[in-house]
Ligand binder design. Structure first.
Ligand SMILES: CC(C)(COP(=O)(O)OP(=O)(O)OC[C@H]1O[C@@H](n2cnc3c(N)ncnc32)[C@H](O)[C@@H]1OP(=O)(O)O)[C@@H](O)C(=O)NCCC(=O)NCCS
Length: 166
């Protein structure tokens, strides 16, 4: 799928097994480890399905997800090349994919400090459906790499759950 005509054009494609080594590198770089904990559940994120944005032969965005019943959870979502529409296109791609797979709900958690992400998803139709207090404090016991302090010096403690009904 070709998106965003002009100098910001890039392709969106599915992850393949050949992507695993760079996916692992990206996850370690942006999330401290290939392991992600959401709602207390542990995911080996480099083994999940995903979509990738590619520009000029280089990977510039990555979204991994997990399907459980009729729900699709976004596990990681990163633009590695600024705010050029990559994150929005990856989100559109996973939304289409989840619909094709018969999912009714697309959802994710983000940490309490991540106000840019809370803004991003709410502006794209996601609703805040729960606050899981101290969920990150608990997750840190399993994944000690989770930093104590995040955006704007805010202590990272809680998970916000956001959903988009498909
Ligand atoms: C959340 C995230 C994936 C969004 O990706 P992104 O590529 O920045 O997203 P987009 O570029 O599509 O949109 C971001 C904003 O930049 C704006 N933008 C788009 N193109 C732009 C450009 N060329 N120049 C400047 N801004 C631009 C968009 O309008 C949008 O703003 P809006 O919310 O007011 O509409 C990204 O910010 C990220 O990697 N965050 C860190 C990891 C994270 O927190 N992930 C979410 C939890 S898993």
């Amino acid at each position: 799928m070709l998106t965003q005509p002009g100098i910001h054009s890039f392709d969106i494609r599915d992850l393949t097994p050949d992507d695993k080594s760079w996916v692992s590198r990206v996850l370690v770089q942006y999330w401290g480890s290939t392991v992600q904990i959401t709602r207390g559940q542990r995911f080996q994120a480099d083994e999940l399905p995903g979509v990738v944005a590619v520009r000029d032969g280089a990977e510039v965005g990555l979204l991994t997800y997990n399907i459980d019943g009729d729900a699709c959870e976004i596990i990681t979502h990163n633009s590695m090349a600024g705010h050029g529409g990559i994150g929005s296109c990856l989100l559109d791609a996973v939304r289409d994919k989840a619909r094709e797979l018969g999912c009714k709900r697309l959802w994710l958690i983000t940490t309490n400090d991540n106000t840019p992400a809370l803004r991003f998803y709410q502006r794209r139709g996601f609703d805040m459906v729960a606050l899981h207090r101290e969920a990150v404090t608990q997750a840190r016991k399993i994944k000690p790499e989770i930093p104590n302090v995040g955006f704007d010096g805010i202590p990272i403690r809680h998970e916000f759950e956001l959903e988009y009904m498909l």
